[in-house]
Design a protein. Structure first.
Length: 299
């Protein structure tokens, strides 16, 4: 499918192919790069982002991998359905999309709420996910604590979990002020706020200001209890069978991604990216690409 007119690729359009598929009545946007016959690597982004979070990593990896960066339902230029934001439902829709693309074996890399989807996805479809990378995320029902820190030195990283879960109030406070909200969210959580330029902020404001986008983004947080229940059931039955790369940032949200995941993975490797805050793919794309090249490139 050709690029829709309302999608405005803010990076080299020749490097990326924008396409759409409709799954269960939900039109999903995804971006591909790399060689058609190369090993597939699927990329899932976090909140409040889209495939665009991977824009700096994809050109580095495109010579070696076939890259598929997805906008989850409710994210980016994908549709914003009224429900279905528990991670089990999202995982099944993503699985159907990848099946439509003819993928049956692939690596999976996921950041933030993308990792919320990535972990249960790998448990649900272990025969398809060859390797799994999870980036800077506390995962509901697995590693995300029920009680988040309230002290001032830590709460600034996690305050939004409770705020986003409150009905109606976030919409009332953020609507019309999306740029102020996103500027703080992206630049404050980055080790170097200059990682996000004005063009980048323009793109995130564009997608976040679409009809239904704010509601859809918050819906992931409002579905946390259901996602946690689903995840607890999944991890009670099986461990992650594939090799897992757990990536932290030295100034990110989760100081050690690997340790709390070890009980749930048979083969896990932990790495920490230096001079990075929460948004690792945009802050340190070269370092992350080197990790991915080594990890996903192994046979």
């Amino acid at each position: 499918m050709t690029l829709h007119a309302h999608v405005q690729p803010p990076v080299d359009a020749a490097s990326f192919n924008h396409e759409f598929e409709t799954i269960d009545g939900v039109r999903l946007h995804y971006v591909t790069a790399g060689q058609e016959g190369a090993e597939p690597l699927v990329l899932l982004a976090g909140y409040p982002q889209s495939w665009y979070a991977w824009r700096k990593v994809m050109p580095i990896l495109a010579e070696r991998f076939r890259l598929i960066a997805l906008d989850l339902p409710g994210q980016g230029d994908s549709d914003k359905p009224s429900d279905g934001y528990d991670t089990g439902t999202v995982a099944r829709r993503i699985h159907a999309l990848l099946g439509r693309l003819g993928l049956s074996r692939y690596g999976l890399a996921a950041h933030d709420i993308g990792a919320w989807v990535g972990l249960p996805y790998a448990l649900m479809f272990p025969e398809e996910v060859s390797r799994l990378a999870l980036l800077d995320a506390g995962i509901p029902g697995v590693t995300l604590p029920d009680m988040l820190p309230a002290t001032s030195d830590k709460a600034w990283k996690t305050w939004h979990f409770a705020f986003h879960a409150v009905p109606d109030l976030p919409e009332a406070l953020i609507s019309g002020r999306e740029r102020v909200y996103l500027d703080w969210f992206l630049r404050r959580k980055a080790a170097n706020p200059l990682s996000f330029g004005e063009v980048d902020l323009d793109e995130y404001v564009r997608i976040f200001s679409q009809p239904g986008a704010l509601r859809a983004g918050l819906a992931f947080y409002r579905s946390v209890a259901l996602s946690a229940e689903q995840n607890r059931a999944l991890i009670s039955d099986a461990k992650l069978a594939m090799p897992v790369l757990a990536v932290s940032a030295d100034q990110g949200s989760i100081p050690d991604m690997a340790s709390p995941l070890r009980p749930f993975a048979a083969d896990i490797r932990g790495e920490t990216i230096a001079r990075s805050g929460h948004f690792i793919p945009e802050e340190q794309p070269e370092a992350l690409a080197r990790l991915f090249d080594d990890f996903f490139g192994r046979q």
